[in-house]
Design a protein around this ligand. Structure first.
Ligand code: G3P
Ligand code: MG
Length: 249
């Protein structure tokens, strides 16, 4: 396993990653959700980005319907309109830069590229944060179901950690892809988490992180499989299962 992805020394516990922040207690993908996760002691955060009007917005869906008081696709709104929406409890849809400002140096940040055109702007934002000394490459990881986006990230930023994502039903091809991309990890659905895949990834030096693990029995299964990390909507509960925050590298 690569040094920057290894579990904390002496530990066999997987790391806990706050999925969209503390998303059971706060509106997902908002500054409040990320701040709360940090307060709970989570030292990994996951967020989703879309590229809209030349900015990176932290939001999961292509539309604003589910997570805000607005309606319609992101692209149908001006940036000012999007920023005026209520993303829950008075929170706004954050820019990627705002989450980095909050979390850099306190947590490792997993930026998941959601929409088209996200790779180059994400690299630019992360490189600016690194140039400013706010974070180091090993304190972020860029992931995506769109493997072509990760190839673009790799081309633009050879040092940036990346991780291909796979959903339900996907299998071993992700290992080849991860190898080809020079990835540090694979991020896989719990429905794809099989011993053979975990072992194959570990044999190639890839960490394995699994989404989304919200129940204790699922966590126990992940322990048995020997995965390296898991994404959860409920970091507070997960930390009581004995999962631990990793040492921030
Ligand atoms: O990055 C892990 C997980 O977030 C991928 O699925 O749909 O929750 O973004 P989704
Ligand atoms: Mg995600």
């Amino acid at each position: 396993m690569a040094a920057d992805t290894a579990r904390p020394a002496g530990s066999s516990l997987p790391v806990c990653i706050a999925h969209r922040g503390d998303s059971v207690r706060a509106p997902e993908n908002t500054l409040r959700a990320f701040a709360q996760a940090l307060e709970l002691g989570a030292t990994w955060l996951e967020l989703d980005v879309h590229h809209v009007h030349d900015r990176l917005l932290v939001i999961h869906d292509e539309t604003v319907d589910r997570t805000t008081d607005g309606t319609g696709p992101l692209s149908a709104h001006s940036l000012a309109e999007l920023r005026a929406l209520d993303a829950g409890e008075g929170e706004r849809i954050p820019f990627l830069e705002e989450v980095l400002e909050l979390a850099c140096g306190r947590a490792r940040v997993n930026v998941e590229l959601k929409g088209p055109g996200t790779a180059a702007p994400t690299v630019a934002v992360l490189q600016t944060a690194m140039r400013d000394g706010r974070c180091r490459p090993e304190q972020v990881v860029v992931s995506s179901f769109g493997w072509d986006r990760l190839a673009e990230v790799r081309r633009l930023a050879p040092d940036l950690p990346i991780a291909p994502l796979i959903g339900k039903g996907a299998g071993g091809e992700v290992i080849e892809v991860a190898d080809r991309l020079g990835a540090e990890a694979i991020h896989i659905s719990r429905w794809s988490a099989r011993q053979r895949l975990v072992n194959a990834a570990h044999q190639r030096g890839l960490a394995v992180r699994v989404f989304t693990v919200n129940r204790e029995w699922e966590y126990d299964l992940m322990l048995r499989l020997g995965v390296d990390g898991f994404f959860t909507d409920d970091p507070l509960r997960a930390l009581t299962w004995g999962a631990q925050a990793p040492v921030l590298v």
